[in-house]
Design a protein around this ligand. Sequence first.
Ligand code: HEM
Length: 125
Amino acid sequence: MSEEKKIVTMEELAKHKDHENLWLLIDGKVYDVSKFMDEHPGGDEVLISEAGKDATEAFEDVGHSDDARSLLGPMFVGEIEGGAVSVKQKTAVSTGPAAQGSSNPIFMFLPLILLGAYVAYRYVA
Ligand code: HEM
């Protein structure tokens, strides 16, 4: 019933770049910061410089508090078209042959086989 989820295109985002009308893209979500500009402890200039592009990294780099994050809610406009661009891309964990190297049974039992052979030799001799 409720058609809450608005999708914002990059084109639309780019149209909101001035002091009176400024949208920011943070973590795949678009926020209208127009009314917050003058209250921002970090100043309005940094916000203007992030307009029209992905401001996630700039926002995260500052290490904004939970208080700052809670201010985002009321400014929410919609989600960006195509979803969040992942900033935290995970490094693949190696599961290649190198990780399996020591699991070859012949290498695990080789010392045992050698010991067995030595003991057998001693008893026979
Ligand atoms: C809508 C998005 C934003 C909100 C709601 C917000 C809110 C806040 C708040 C509440 C503070 C005070 C410290 C804290 O509680 O963490 C702060 C500080 C700051 N913000 Fe933001 N901020 C936003 C976006 C940005 C962006 C995109 C940048 C950088 C390009 C930025 C740069 C800074 C800086 C540099 C400070 C530190 C100011 C100082 O301590 O002198 N902020 N912000």
